[in-house]
Design a protein around this ligand. Structure first.
Ligand SMILES: [Zn+2]
Length: 356
């Protein structure tokens, strides 16, 4: 009897070892998950940097956090601050760094809260002041380029290529009064589009731009989300916050949205809170100024306007009206210029045309 029990125990141990090895081989390269200098074992949250080496201009250390969940699952990348003064999106990721616990997570979360540190520190909107480039236009990047291009290359290699899904977080910049919205990219790949659609609905913002015109070539992907999307990874872009503010509602929308997508992907427990009957935007109409001068808005972000409606006006520096800004189409004001500074050709407003 004792012999039989020992034999059964040996069989059980043997079966256990076989099962263990099977699961080990499936996730072998994921026992530790490394991004830049952050190397996390299962169940760990580790901080580090993606080191962009000096090249034709200076180097850059981009902060990164790897939260390697206790259980296996998908890899989700959350990235903000390619525009370093879109503050609400950066603060939302700072909150998520503190909030997420590897013990509760199935899968891995890569958080890059602030790519464009020079923009943040110098309070320069839209561009990286080091090379005057927009840090969400040069993907997939290259190592023999300027700082923006080298950073884009390393983010492509270390973040995009290692993730299964990506959420790129943005908002209105210091000169943009923006209403929250998200982008859903329709690629034509039915399976991928269905997952990204469910992600964008789970994120919960109620105005969604259907994006169909971004480059299809992975080697000319330009935008971060599009770099993931053109590599077959269902991904979305989200926007909340405006004009240099960090409002609780905007930050919460981004934090709650990210958590809801994690629930949809079954990375944390609970049901995703999917937005019901969102407004789908089929295209954007950008209204630009025909004159340099002082801008006075007469509508606010989120206003629904008819074609021809006055959105604001521009005066010269003596107060004489030089340009009347009228809506080129009917739609919703997704953002409108938040400051009086206006130059010829600059954006006055972006109007979302609602899909019928
Ligand atoms: Zn942005």
């Amino acid at each position: 009897m004792v012999a039989l029990v020992i034999m059964l125990q040996r069989i059980t141990v043997a079966v256990g070892v076989v099962l263990f090895l099977t699961s080990l081989s499936a996730a072998q390269d994921r026992n530790t998950f490394r991004v830049g200098t952050a190397s996390a074992a299962r169940g760990q949250k580790v901080t580090g940097t993606i080191e962009v080496p000096p090249g034709i201009d200076s180097g850059l250390s981009i902060p990164v956090v790897v939260i390697h969940g206790a259980k296996p699952g998908p890899v989700l990348a959350l990235v903000a601050g390619s525009h370093g003064t879109e503050y609400a999106s950066i603060i939302a990721l700072e909150k998520l760094i503190a909030l997420l616990s590897p013990a509760d997570i199935s899968g891995t979360v890569i958080i890059v809260p602030l790519i464009n540190i020079p923009s943040f520190e110098q309070k320069v909107p839209h561009l990286n002041p080091v090379d005057k480039k927009n840090m969400n236009r040069f993907y997939p990047g290259k190592m023999d380029g300027t700082q923006t291009e080298r950073a884009s290359y390393l983010i492509t290699k270390q973040v995009v290529e290692q993730c299964d899904h990506l959420i790129d977080l943005h908002g209105g910049d210091t000169d943009e009064s923006l209403r929250t919205f998200s982008y859903w990219t329709r690629t034509g790949n039915e399976k991928q589009d269905q997952i990204s659609r469910e992600m964008v609905l789970a994120f919960g913002l109620d105005h969604i731009i259907i994006s169909t015109e971004r480059p299809k070539d992975p080697q000319a992907s330009r935008y971060l989300e599009n770099t993931a999307t053109t590599r077959g990874k269902p991904s979305i872009t989200v926007e909340a916050g405006h004009a240099g503010t960090v409002e609780t509602d905007d930050v919460n929308a981004l934090v709650d949205g990210s958590l809801s997508v994690m629930r949809y992907l079954k990375m944390i427990s609970g049901a995703a809170s999917t937005v019901q009957r969102p407004v789908w935007i089929e295209r954007l109409a950008v209204l630009t100024s025909e004159q340099t001068g002082i801008f006075y808005p007469v509508v606010k972000r989120g206003t629904y306007v008819e074609q021809g409606m006055k959105l604001g006006y521009v005066t010269d520096y003596f107060g004489n009206v030089s340009f009347e800004a009228r809506a080129p189409v009917a739609g919703v004001i997704l953002y409108i210029c938040a400051v009086p500074s206006m130059t010829k050709g600059a954006t006055i407003a972006s109007i979302g045309v609602v899909a019928r």
